[in-house]
Every structure is written in C-alpha cells, then in structure tokens.
Design a protein around this ligand. Structure first.
Ligand SMILES: [Zn+2]
Length: 449
C-alpha cells in the first residue's frame, strides 16, 4: 500500500524483482540458465524466420554475422553468459549455417572452432559468442580505467576486481598512481615485490609523483632500512624506480590484448578467437570482387569439405557409387570435380588460352589458390585472376550439380562462356572505378582496360 502511494504521483505501478527493463531482466540471477531463456528464444525465432534453406552458404554466413552475432549484444554487454547458454546459442548458429538446402543431412562440414576463427587464421571470421561476451564485458573495465570520474566508475572502483593482466597503466606525469599499491612498474605491485620495505613505509598511499621527483627518489620511512634483507630490497627498488622517467605526457591505460594498446570490441574479439584456434594461415584470398558465396565455396573446397561422393561416403552416407557421374571414370572428390575431371580440364584449357597463362595446370585446389595469390606483380591483375579461377571452380561445381540434379547437359564451351560473362559482371559491378570493356574482356581479361 505504501509503495503504491509513492508510485502513484510518478505515474508508475509498483512491481517486484525480477522485472524486464528495455528487454533485459533486472534483478534476476543471470548465472541461471532459465533467466537467459529470452535471449535463446529470440535467437531461435530469428532462425526459423530466415528459412535458411533458400540461402547460399555465403548468404547464411552474412546473416549469421550481421544479426545472430549482434542480437545478444545487449545481454552480452551486461552479463557474463553461463557456458551452457553460449553452447546452446552456438549450436543454433551452427545448425543455421550448415542447414541449407544442399546440406540434406545437416553435416557440420568444418569444425565449428575453425569456422569462428578469423579469416587470416584460416576461418570464416564468424567470431565466437564467448569471445564477444568477454570483449563486451571488458569494455566496461576499459571505460572504467580511461574515464574513471563518472559516478558508476567510482561506485565500481569500490569493488575489488582483478583486471591487472588485461589493462596496464603506462605512468606519465599524472598524480593518481599509487606508488606501492598500483601496478605500474613491472609485473607485480611494489608492495608485493618488496614487502619488507613496504612495512617501513610511513605513507602507504603515496603517489608515484611524490616518490619520484626531478631531484631524485624521496623516501618516508618509519625507520631507515638497516637489515641485510631491507638493504638489498632497497637497492633493487631503486634500480626499478630509476627506469621510470616522469614524462611530460599524461598517464595512459594500455589494453594488453590488442595490437596498438587501444580498446576495440571487434579486434579484441578476434584476438580471443585467434588465441583459441591454433593459428593457421588464411585458406583463400578473401577478395571483394566476387560474391561471398563464391569465396565461401572456395574456402570449403580448399579444406576438402564439399559434399562430393567421396566425402559423403566417408561420412557414412549411402551412395550407389563413388564414381564421378560427370565422366564416369574416377572417384569423385573435390580436386577431381574442380581440376581433374576431363570435363573440367577442357574448361581449364579454354581459360588458359583466354588468359594466356600456360602454368595454370594443377591437380590440387590448394595449389591453384597458392599460385593465384602469388601470381604476377600487378595487384589488380592478380585480383582479376583470382576472381576468374575461383569463379571457374564455382561454376564447374554448379555445372556438376546441374548435371546430377537437374540433368542439364552443358558442354565445356557453354560453361566457359558462362565463366567469362559471370566473372565480368562480378568484377565490373563490384570493383570501384572499373573501366573494363566487354569486347576487350572477351579477347583477354588482362588487356581489357
Ligand atoms: Zn569426372
């Protein structure tokens, strides 16, 4: 009754904890999985709406990144999500990414940790939710350190939370670093490194600027250090303090996890993911000239994770025969479809004549990718070749699928023409200030300016 009397003049209604404010539960114990259910439910509802079956892997990747990755941001910047919640959300993302129409059995073709890791480490750069959560939470600490004057920062400062390994103070001329108790010089506080001397200190909260002055070191001992232990600690502390030269610049916080010491959720997140996955090299060249679905296809091809007859049988799926239905000669694997199948080889012969690059003969997709990424000296021409080769691989795969599933019989000449026009359209429309002309492109793609 009393509560209602207070609430009425404010135009509010009395309520009990926990309640929901701006979509976030307030006053609930977020360590309990049941309180994270709204996030999971929102995740799931988005997934069912999207009809992942109508999208290519590239499209699903873009959506996973844009929406699934940021949907829980609001929650994730406020709560450390329980491990089981992260696991459930990752599972939803995983099923969504691998749940397209062409993946009839929903096989997870590539290890999820690999998919999450940054592109330059061989992944798809999706970014793990765990790393996102951690990075977003740490952002608050970062704000706390660099902008410690606001009320919430002062309130939080009262809590004893250890972020010493992540944020390090680079002490300049400011007067707010505590000489003994802050971590500013070396891995541990001076209090922990020199306990005997700390006992003798009269002003335990003295600042660095009180202690290190332009005239040298200033001490305020209760009694002078005399025992051998105290003397040797004094020598050591002088050596350590002398390394520090008070500079004209201000104190600065450095974030240990990023390359340049500043704090960015995005870079921190991929750093965390990189640490989790043993660092590899990028699998392919992620160029902007071609659609993301083609890049994703190539990424799978290099990792040998395409649903060919051989890989499907290896994964326990019953097929009448592992033989390539296109040529009927050899077992069908990724390299066969893209490079070694006689049908594919005829298309490649045509590409070689068109591009005038006689070295373009490979038996492994990986070698093709490596060759194109190092080819020539002109960056733009190299990108054109990458677009042509990735496009060729993708259209060969498409021709193979049309052959099997739609019974479309396209001759190598037709496939080659398709490559020529498709890659031209990609590059023409996706590259900024592209001056390519169709007539010249048809003669030679590197002389078409
Ligand atoms: Zn074949």
């Amino acid at each position: 009754m009393e509560k209602a009397n207070f609430a009425a003049p404010l135009g509010c209604e009395p309520a009990k904890l926990p309640f929901t404010y701006l979509g976030v539960p307030v006053g609930a114990n977020m360590n309990l999985t049941k309180h994270c259910r709204p996030v999971i439910e929102r995740f799931r509802s988005r997934l069912s709406l999207w009809k992942s079956k109508t999208l290519s892997l590239g499209g699903r990747l873009t959506l996973s990144k844009a929406v699934l990755g940021s949907l829980p941001t609001f929650y994730f910047s406020l709560f450390v999500a329980p491990a089981s919640v992260i696991k459930t959300l990752e599972k939803l993302r995983r099923n969504f990414l691998w749940g397209g129409a062409e993946e009839s059995r929903k096989i997870n073709w590539v290890k999820w940790q690999k998919v999450l890791s940054p592109k330059n480490a061989g992944g798809l750069g999706l970014g793990s939710l765990k790393a996102l959560n951690l990075a977003l939470i740490l952002k608050w600490w970062w704000r706390l350190k660099v902008d410690g004057t606001s009320l919430w920062c002062r309130a939080l400062a009262e809590l004893d939370i250890n972020t010493d390994d992540v944020f390090v103070k680079d002490v300049g001329s400011d007067e707010d670093t505590v000489f003994w108790q802050d971590r500013w010089n070396g891995a541990a506080t001076l209090k922990d490194s020199f306990p005997e001397l700390y006992k003798l200190e009269r002003h335990k909260k003295c600042k660095v600027s009180d202690q290190i002055t332009t005239d040298g070191l200033v001490w305020n001992w209760k009694s002078s250090p005399t025992s051998p232990d105290e003397r040797s600690q004094l020598e050591a502390i002088i050596a350590r303090a002398e390394v520090h030269h008070p500079l004209s610049r201000r104190d600065k916080w450095i974030c240990n996890l990023s390359h340049d010491g500043t704090f960015q959720v995005r870079s921190l997140r991929s750093q965390i993911d990189e640490r989790n996955e043993s660092s590899d090299e990028a699998v392919i060249d992620w160029i902007h000239d071609i659609p993301i679905k083609v890049s994703c296809f190539m990424w799978r091809a290099v990792l040998d994770r395409l649903p060919t007859a051989t890989t499907l049988i290896r994964r326990g799926i019953q097929l009448p025969s592992p033989t390539c239905t296109w040529c009927g000669l050899e077992p069908e694997d990724t390299d066969h479809v893209i490079l070694r199948c006689p049908k594919a080889m005829m298309v490649w012969e045509w590409i070689i004549r068109w591009c005038e690059i006689p070295d373009l003969h490979f038996t492994h997709t990986k070698d093709l990718v490596e060759f194109t990424s190092k080819w020539g000296t002109c960056h733009k021409k190299r990108r054109t070749l990458i677009a042509i080769c990735y496009g060729t691989a993708w259209l060969l795969w498409k021709a193979r699928c049309d052959w099997i599933f739609k019974k479309t019989r396209s001759s190598p000449a037709v496939v080659a023409d398709m490559i020529k026009s498709t890659v031209f359209t990609w590059v023409k429309h996706r590259r900024t200030k592209c001056t390519f002309r169709w007539m010249n492109w048809c003669v030679n793609p590197f002389k078409c300016v």
